[in-house]
Ligand binder design. Structure first.
Ligand SMILES: C[S@@+](CC[C@H](N)C(=O)[O-])C[C@H]1O[C@@H](n2cnc3c(N)ncnc32)[C@H](O)[C@@H]1O
Length: 241
């Protein structure tokens, strides 16, 4: 019944060498006591430099990853140990996160954690680990029964249709873009069984993550299971799952 969630093509990277001499970046590097190329690219700080890069309007968005991870790790599904989250980046790095990780709630501390992850390849107690992997390699490691990709160009579907009849042995893998605009860089089409659209407007990645996890919890009746197990009094009895 495990749900695997890949945040794909995330706009998470270090400052590329071609803009490392930019005035703003050198100033931040001095302030943070890092080399310019050890800093995490952040469009809210470095926009004048980032816009010179190819695809500059979508790059440098560690905030998207932070928000998505907080939403996912805080979910009841994750508390039950039934969720695995993977962060795949535009440069084909893969970050794996232990489910019981308590991520920094503040953005600046999260960025500091990711800076050291890029430097060392792992964080304290190996809660986060990083290695090279294409999106295809990530999916192949999971060996899912079904892979569903979320995109505006997918087939319109309700959440009930997406998960209809999830079987306890199924390994469902979701692919959600970790970028603010545009399309997946990786070739998702040949990796997934279906591409679905869940709203007429593009929503933020974190909003799709929250809804995708909640809809899965509903499908497997997780809320009732948790209530029943905890012996909570006054829980509704009319749910047949
Ligand atoms: C801000 S959106 C990127 C917008 C992009 N133009 C698109 O077409 O999805 C980030 C990610 O959230 C998911 N997403 C956002 N809105 C969606 C929708 N209405 N239906 C399905 N997926 C959506 C997709 O995985 C997308 O890659």
């Amino acid at each position: 019944m495990m749900l695997h969630l890949i945040l794909a093509d995330c706009e998470l990277e270090r400052v590329p060498p071609e803009i490392s001499h930019h005035r703003i970046i050198k100033w931040w590097a001095r302030r943070r006591g890092r080399k310019p190329t050890e800093l995490i690219l952040d469009s809210s700080l470095f926009f004048p430099a980032i816009r010179k890069l190819e695809n500059g309007s979508r790059r440098g968005r560690p905030d998207i990853v932070h928000r998505c991870l907080l939403v996912a790790l805080d979910s009841p599904l994750n508390k039950e140990g039934l969720l695995r989250v993977y962060v795949h980046t535009r440069n084909d790095e893969l970050i794996t996160i232990e489910p019981h990780t308590r991520l920094p709630r503040t953005f600046n501390r999260f960025v500091g954690l990711i800076e050291s992850l890029f430097l060392k390849g792992f964080t304290e107690r190996k809660l986060l680990k990083m290695r090279k992997a294409t999106l295809e390699e990530v999916v192949n490691t999971i060996r899912p029964s079904k892979t569903i990709c979320f995109s505006m160009r997918g087939k319109p579907k309700t959440w009930k249709e997406i998960y209809g009849g999830v079987h306890p042995t199924h390994r469902i893998c979701l692919i959600i873009g970790g970028f603010p605009e545009g399309e997946f860089i990786s070739d998702v089409d040949h990796l997934c069984d279906e591409i679905v659209c869940v709203d007429p407007e593009p929503l933020a990645s974190s909003s799709i993550v929250a809804r995708a996890i909640f809809a899965y919890e509903e499908e497997v009746g997780l809320q009732m299971k948790r209530f029943a197990r905890s012996g909570f009094e006054g829980i509704p009895q009319n749910d047949s799952r």
